[in-house]
Design a protein around this ligand. Structure first.
Ligand SMILES: [Zn+2]
Length: 321
């Protein structure tokens, strides 16, 4: 009897003693359980880049099905819509088009008014130059890959629900027609006076960079301290580096980050790991060309960084003068 009491007492003391460290462990265990996996990412890419969706051209049946898929995913995560429905409609060269937008409100009474947009375009070009009887441009890397990243992040953050700032998850249409979806959404949010902090757009994460000095780059590297802060937040100085060709080709102006920069003049940049993709806008940009372990690893790093970005007491990411 006496012995058991002592054992119980010491167990209670041990429990009290390690409660806070245990809690910390639990929360990191929780993060680990929520981590993005290669199979999860591949599942999304396999659906969006299947021949059945015929290259997700704006205005097509394939892109409608893609949007429905994204909506169903959002719903299954318990993610709310920002507008009346997930679809944010607009007209693209006489065709009906729609972005798909989900919204996770921040849990800090003040900071929740500040918004981080995580985005990617989910449309592609439909058909391409025929190679061996194949004319469907599947757009696996461009940009089912980015879409899969946004969906994985939407799942993660919805489950974790620890963001002080609000996070908008936006999948853009009609990017390939000239950034029409992002232009529409940027103008719409500007007209509502959204308090936009940053835009983090994702393009072509499907294979590792051939240059090995760092793992990814952001476009508009010299315009803000985004790269520096991402490395700090991800605790990895070799995560983001300066990629000369992004400047040469002015990639900053060539994806959906750009209209937000123009409308809001806030840090709005695109991350990518593509420096020499052989199948850009090619019918062979297919599901089997991508490296899903690489993608999951990069997405998990992005998540670590965005988690910090959405929780810092002040706006640390700034445009340079
Ligand atoms: Zn693209």
């Amino acid at each position: 009897m006496g012995m058991r009491k002592i054992i119980v007492l010491s167990m209670v003391l041990a429990f009290l003693g390690c409660k806070s460290s245990e809690r910390k462990e639990k929360s990191s265990e929780n993060s680990k359980a929520l981590s993005v996996t290669a199979s999860e990412v591949k599942e999304t890419v396999a659906f969006l880049a299947s021949d059945k969706l015929l290259g997700r051209n704006t205005g097509s049946q394939g892109i409608d099905e893609s949007a429905t898929y994204i909506e169903e995913q959002f719903k299954s995560f318990g993610l709310k819509s920002y507008f009346e429905t997930y679809r944010d409609p607009f007209v693209a060269k006489d065709m009906n088009a729609f972005n798909v937008v989900g919204y996770l409100e921040g849990n800090d009474p003040k900071l929740k008014d500040e918004v981080v947009i995580v985005g990617a375009h989910y449309d592609h070009i439909g058909y391409g130059k025929i190679v061996e009887n194949d004319s469907i441009a599947n757009g696996a890397n461009d940009n089912a890959a980015g879409t899969s990243a946004v969906l994985a992040m939407a799942r993660y953050f919805s489950a974790k629900n620890n963001n002080k700032r609000s996070i908008m998850f936006a999948l853009f249409s009609a990017e390939e027609m000239g950034l029409l979806g992002s232009r529409h959404l940027a103008k719409r949010l500007k007209s509502e006076n959204m308090n936009l902090y940053t835009v983090f757009n994702i393009e072509m994460l499907g294979e590792p960079m051939k240059s090995k000095e760092f793992e990814a780059y952001v476009t508009g590297h010299k315009l803000s301290n985004m790269s520096e802060k991402l490395n700090e937040y991800a605790n990895d100085q070799k995560f983001i580096g300066f990629y000369e060709m992004a400047e040469t080709y002015n990639l900053f102006k060539r994806s959906d980050n750009y209209p937000f920069y123009e409308e809001f003049n806030v840090p709005a940049q695109t991350i990518s790991t593509s420096d020499d993709y052989a199948y850009y806008h090619h019918v062979d940009d297919e599901v089997d060309k991508l490296d899903y372990n690489h993608m999951a690893r990069i997405i998990n790093k992005i998540i670590t960084a965005i988690e910090k970005m959405s929780n810092t007491p002040t706006r640390e990411i700034k445009m340079y003068d």
